[in-house]
Design a binder for this molecule. Structure first.
Ligand code: RIB
Ligand code: CA
Length: 335
């Protein structure tokens, strides 16, 4: 019995404690990332989920996230509602950009009406306070996994700059450097939706910032064949995945030749199997916050402006076949 207890304790010790900040839609890449993380307890222990506007408004995202947690039998995971609006950006600004600087590829929540109320089931504490209290209570022991715009994280850092050094490491999907954007031609969606928040985080002293931008995410593509292999296994999770990827985006049922990046799902693949990834490039990066054609674009950091900024570890390459296999295995799992 003692041996079993020791084994379980060592097993729990091995798992990395993480808090997830997400703009999860109906399912999408955020939903797939949640499934991958929650089905890998030997690697990660999910401490909680904070919600931010991005793909959809935060109140809608909270509802979708609670639905996905229920499908996974993980309703014990606590969900905290965060920023409904980005720090500065707005639908009107996006409309101006669309009309004057070239068509926008994706505007996320800006294209939808704002929900009037939050769903039942979210925690009374807001996401920013949850972030602050989590890292205050566990200095240097919890990893922050950011899968959406960085509004909550920036607000927490501005309220409590000392929080930065209490985050073990930040692992995030966002930005791009040597490839085009996917919201505007210049900027990746998470950074485009809230460039000022991205700038606060990139200029912060968070000791480790591990970036999964479009430069690496564009190399992890799901096609119709991969989609078909997953949906052949009928489970509540793969049914929701099928409805979303099949009918909504990228709409494989109507567009069998489509491909879609795993985007956020690349992050859990690294947390679970880091050996599938090449070494990162170390850079001091910033986000362009000038309201213009490159709003939200990743640019080199002028270090005179943020001399204490910790560098970014920008991930550039992966074994895409094995990452896709891990993606499929965890989505298909009947656990
Ligand atoms: O650019 C991809 C990012 O934008 C992902 O996080 C996706 O979920 C959307 O939020
Ligand atoms: Ca996301």
């Amino acid at each position: 019995m003692i041996l079993l207890a020791l084994l379980l304790a060592s097993h729990a010790l091995a798992a990395e404690r993480i808090l997830i900040d997400t703009d999860c839609g109906y399912f999408g890449d955020d939903g797939a990332a949640l499934v991958m993380l929650l089905r890998s307890p030997q690697r990660v222990q999910v401490e909680g989920i904070t919600i931010v506007s991005g793909n959809v408004w935060a109140r809608s995202s909270a509802r979708y996230t609670l639905e996905i947690l229920k499908l996974l039998g993980q309703s014990r995971i606590q969900v905290y509602l965060g920023a409904e609006m980005p720090l500065v950006h707005s639908p009107a600004m996006a409309e101006h950009a669309h009309k004057n600087w070239g068509p926008l590829e994706f505007r996320g929540a800006f294209e939808a009406p704002r929900p009037s109320s939050a769903p039942p089931g979210v925690q009374p504490m807001d996401a920013v306070q949850r972030l602050i209290r989590t890292f205050d209570a566990n200095p240097g022991r919890i990893t922050l996994v950011a899968l959406g715009p960085m509004t909550n994280i920036a607000m927490a850092l501005r309220l409590r700059p000392d929080m930065a050094l209490k985050i073990r490491r930040l692992v995030f999907m966002g930005g791009q450097l040597r490839v085009p954007g996917n919201a505007s031609s210049e900027a990746e969606f998470n950074f485009w939706f809230d460039p000022e928040a991205a700038q606060v985080v990139l200029r912060s002293t968070i000791p480790e910032k591990i970036m999964f931008g479009l430069d690496i995410c564009n190399k992890a593509l799901l096609d119709k064949e991969g989609f078909d292999r997953i949906v052949r296994t009928r489970t509540p999770v793969t049914d929701r995945f099928r409805e979303d990827f099949g009918n909504r985006y990228p709409g494989f049922h109507k567009n069998p030749k489509a491909t879609v990046s795993l985007w956020d799902s690349v992050v859990p693949a690294w947390l679970i199997e880091p050996a599938l990834f090449a070494a990162p490039e170390i850079l001091h990066l910033d986000a362009d916050t000038r309201f213009g054609p490159s709003y939200g674009k990743v640019i080199p950091l002028d270090r005179k402006l943020a001399p204490e900024a910790a560098p970014v570890q920008m991930m550039k390459d992966l074994d895409s076949a094995k990452v896709l296999e891990l993606f499929r295995d965890l989505l298909e799992s009947k656990r």
